[in-house]
Write a protein of this length. Structure first.
Lengths: 136, 157
């Protein structure tokens, strides 16, 4: 290769390296997160089942929809504090389900509140499949 | 997932906080800290750190799994960072005189005196726009900044 080509290649490597550093290592899409739950569950997610799960009581007082509403493209409201909650559906709120640690943290807390236990991977996958499918 | 970012946020917050220590009447120490806003301000308003004594904040941080009936648990690093920060930023003077029951700001002697029935009729707390005494921002629009100036109070209908 010519000297000019070698110089161009060196610059290209730097540009690519810097671009890779600039992109957050943890930036995922909701589809990525759904895929990992589906794999852990060992079954295909079912959005209709997710909707049912979201709107049902599970042995305690609250449902997911109690705070997030039945159609989570809308803004929700915390049932105790009245604080506004930004929409849960990715179509209405593009930041949702792009950080796996944050997703896991909120599933842990809120499943404990609604079900009194952790949600299974299948339950998370169903709910997420439904949420992803919601149009604005 | 380890988040070393929490440590840097703590250092930055401590440096930033000392710039905002001006005090006036009815001004409560309300330092801003990104991790606090993020973790403790997602379900309710961010309560100024100066409203409770250190011992109360520590008690709250120990019981996050059953935080006033709900699960507010955190990863260990964040919990330690916030506990350290709240302890450092906790209230003094009248805000530190007692550790209120259930660590509730609204059960502190100074709160009960300021919001006694002669000042705030009992029915006000039941209004949909207010909800409960814990919802400071309903009447004190700048509560998260520690501004509880009586002249600015607006009780919503």
């Amino acid at each position: 290769m010519t000297k000019l080509t070698r110089i161009k290649l060196r610059w290209a490597h730097w540009v690519v390296a810097l671009a890779a550093l600039a992109a957050p290592a943890w930036a995922l899409t909701p589809a990525d997160i759904l895929a990992s739950y589906a794999q852990a569950a060992g079954q295909a997610p079912q959005a209709p089942r997710g909707q049912q799960f979201f709107d049902a009581t599970h042995g305690k007082e609250w449902r997911c929809s109690t705070c997030h509403t039945k159609q989570p493209t809308a803004e929700g409201t915390h049932a105790s504090t009245r604080k506004a909650i930004t929409p849960l559906a990715p179509s209405a709120n593009p930041k949702r389900f792009t950080d796996s640690a944050k997703t896991e943290k909120w599933f842990r807390r809120n499943c404990n509140d609604v079900l009194g236990r952790e949600c299974t991977a299948a339950e998370k996958a169903d709910v997420l499949a439904w949420l992803i499918g919601l149009k604005p | 997932m380890k988040t070393h970012g929490s440590w840097w946020a703590l250092i930055g917050a401590l440096i930033g906080t000392f710039g905002g220590m001006a005090h006036a009447d009815d001004a409560v120490h309300a330092p801003v800290f990104a991790l606090y806003t993020q973790e403790c301000g997602s379900c309710h308003m961010t309560y100024p750190a100066g409203l409770l004594p250190a011992a109360s904040w520590q008690q709250i941080m120990r019981g996050l799994k059953t935080h006033y009936g709900l699960d507010a648990s955190l990863d260990e690093t964040s919990q330690l960072t916030l506990n350290t920060w709240l302890t450092a930023q906790a209230g003094s003077g009248k805000y530190a005189r007692e550790a209120p029951k259930d660590q509730r700001i609204t059960l502190s002697a100074w709160f009960l005196r300021k919001h006694r029935v002669g000042e705030v009729p009992a029915a006000v707390w039941r209004r949909k726009s207010v909800g409960s005494p814990a919802n400071c921002v309903a009447c004190h629009a700048d509560a998260e900044r520690g501004d509880f100036n009586e002249n600015k109070v607006r009780i919503p209908p």
